[in-house]
Design a binder for this molecule. Structure first.
Ligand SMILES: [Zn+2]
Ligand SMILES: [Zn+2]
Length: 315
């Protein structure tokens, strides 16, 4: 049971989504502190509050921004908290990376990172607030106009959320994805699978895989925007920079949320979150939860084809 500091609250975790970054951590591609509890996309109920934490009462249904920032560095003061210079020091950092996260019965966190939910939203769907907030950090920078098109490379949970946001703005969405299962699944969201052969190009191309920079540059229209969103540390691609200059492409790098939690909570009921979540497991079945995503515990690799999209663990 974590002991809460005066400015913290204790949350009984109802549900926590498995993120692509958790998969990168368990397969050794991304780092985390030794013996840390993973999990950062969670919802739950306040069960106790520190003596200086007064914004919530016991029983409140909440989500929390898992990134604890200093609030004082040049980036924090500029509203770009995700770029905080002091992550990893002075109690700042990320839940599930260097602070114990929410694949657990209870998690504690600074009160200022916690947001109340309305009760018309389920705990399962509420786990999508965090990924949605990260996507909004990029989506808000797009300057969308009528009759534009978007193409999403990688149709996992985040790719589908990107597609939902474009749909809400009346933008036709195309998709590129290797897995046949995910292609069929994405069509239920109105995404037209094009496998990268659309000759006219797209105004917006989102690389949600983290491994398709070169393809993205090819697919984006002149004067279009290419968003690099998927995280794939160590992945290297060869590219001819001239193509980017010649097409006047804007390249946007996006990771983590940045003051977008409130907007995400407001938008969540408008996206088809329930349909993105395909599997639910109890905490003691965590092995199965990772295995259903294709993970092999013995080799620490993603060895199998998966027919899961978003998997959530519900302690
Ligand atoms: Zn995440
Ligand atoms: Zn900072």
């Amino acid at each position: 049971m974590p002991a809460v500091l005066p400015d913290e609250v204790l949350i009984r975790v109802n549900c926590c989504g498995i993120c692509g970054s958790d998969l990168k951590i368990v397969s050794g591609i991304m780092g985390c502190l030794d013996n840390i509890v993973l999990g950062h996309e969670f919802s739950g109920v306040i069960t106790s509050t520190g003596n200086k934490a007064r914004r919530f009462k016991i029983g409140d249904m909440v989500v929390a921004d898992p990134t604890l920032t200093c609030g004082n560095c040049e980036f924090c003061l500029d509203g770009k908290q995700n770029l905080c210079k002091n992550l990893g020091t002075g109690g700042n950092g990320e839940l599930g990376v260097n602070i114990n996260g929410a694949f657990a019965a209870f998690v504690k966190i600074r009160e200022s990172n916690v947001y109340k939910l309305s009760d018309n939203i389920s705990f399962e769907e509420a786990t999508l607030v965090e990924p949605l907030a990260c996507i909004l950090n990029g989506f808000n920078r797009l300057n969308i106009k009528k009759n534009q098109t978007a193409c999403i490379i990688g149709l996992g949970p985040t790719g589908l959320i990107w597609a939902e946001l474009f749909r809400l703005r009346g933008i036709k969405v195309f998709g590129v994805e290797k897995s046949e299962f995910r292609c069929a699944f994405a069509q239920k969201f109105g995404i037209t699978i094009c496998q990268g052969d659309e000759s006219n190009g797209f105004n917006f191309v989102i690389d949600s895989s983290g491994q398709a920079f070169e393809l993205g540059v090819r697919l984006v229209k002149p004067a279009g925007k290419l968003v690099l969103f998927g995280m794939s540390p160590g992945h290297v691609e060869k590219i001819e920079p001239f193509l980017i200059a010649q097409k006047n492409v804007d390249i946007l790098g996006v990771n983590m949320d940045s003051g977008t939690f409130k907007q995400a909570i407001k938008l969540l009921p408008r996206i088809r979150g329930k349909d993105i979540i395909t599997h639910k497991f109890g905490l003691k079945d965590y092995r199965e939860a990772f295995e259903v995503l294709g993970y092999d515990f013995a080799s620490r690799r993603f060895a199998r084809e998966s027919t899961a999209v978003k998997v959530v663990i519900c302690p």
